[in-house]
Ligand binder design. Structure first.
Ligand code: NAP
Length: 259
């Protein structure tokens, strides 16, 4: 490995990727496995997790923990199960997220807890539960990493009527900055990726309904591809980003500048 490859290498690092069974989480999990990391994916459905583990394990090291991250018990379960195997964790990617869309006049009260419990409380609770393992891995030379997945919808007012979603993603970005300030002295960096449109289960209906309008929202004229998500997540986890914390990295093809 030459010096430049070393700067961007995450080989041998331990990583947890939440929501790693489909969509952006799966893109990141696959990129991490290909890069030689030891990856644990987390989501609720054991069957989907088993499928991804079977598919990706031929290329590297991957396993799964099933848990509902919208509850504190679910987050504690992930930390306890992970601790059975290892006492340190290099990289936590808080990617699992949910959305809800409804017209303003009909937007249900239930869509607030449904979205915020996972997108915001879950990010905090899992980071808190795994903090001992992150502290064990981080050093001044090479801090451990927390990477939260926010959204362009937390930066500019969303086009769609996902009122709790946009608010949750702005909260993720602010929580990222707050945790970066708190955990920096403990050798843990905290950054966020704010994706633009990527193909996923969450985006299936939007991609179908909007057709060419969706790529046209970007400055670069296309939606995201797996390597776009994977490369950003590798960078933030790599030695090259060890002095980067409290940032919101837009990986959006220019959606925000085009708004
Ligand atoms: N796709 C986009 O265009 C886009 C754009 C901007 C931001 N984002 C953000 O990127 C992240 C991933 O989005 P995506 O589009 O890839 O979503 P997705 O296709 O809907 O996947 C969501 C993942 O989270 C898991 N999950 C959902 N609820 C959970 C819970 N309560 N506990 C644990 N895991 C749970 C799902 O698995 P189970 O259902 O089996 O639990 C799945 O693995 C989200 O934070 C989203 O807000 C996405």
């Amino acid at each position: 490995m030459n010096e430049v490859q070393r700067l961007f290498s995450i080989e041998g690092k331990s990583a947890i990727v939440t929501g790693g069974s489909v969509g952006i989480g799966r893109m990141i999990a696959e990129a991490y496995v290909r890069a030689g990391a030891d990856v644990t994916i987390v989501s609720r459905k054991q069957e989907s997790l088993d499928e991804v583990v079977a598919e990706l394990s031929t290329g590297g090291s991957i396993r799964a923990i099933a848990a509902d991250l919208s509850t504190q018990e679910g987050c504690a379960h992930v930390a306890a199960t992970y601790a059975e195997r290892a006492d340190s964790l290099d990289i936590l990617v808080n990617n699992a997220g949910a959305t809800w869309g409804a017209p303003f006049d009909e937007f249900p009260d239930s869509a607030w807890s449904r979205v915020l419990d996972l997108n915001v409380r879950g990010v905090f609770n899992l980071t808190q539960a795994l903090a001992p393992a992150l502290r064990n891995a981080g050093t001044a030379e090479d801090p451990s990493r927390v990477i939260n997945i926010g959204s362009v919808d937390g930066i500019r007012p969303p086009d769609l009527e996902g009122y709790s979603y946009g608010a949750s993603k702005a909260a993720v970005h602010q929580l990222t900055r707050h945790l970066a300030k708190k955990l920096g002295p403990e050798h843990i960096t905290v950054n966020a990726i704010a994706p633009g449109p990527f193909p996923s289960r969450m985006m299936r209906a939007t991609i179908e309904n909007m057709g060419d309008e969706l790529p046209a929202m970007t400055a670069l004229g296309r939606i995201g591809e797996p390597d776009d998500a994977g490369a950003a997540a590798i960078y933030l986890a790599s030695p090259g980003a060890r002095w980067v914390t409290g940032n919101i990295l837009q990986v959006d093809g220019g959606v925000v500048i085009n708004a």
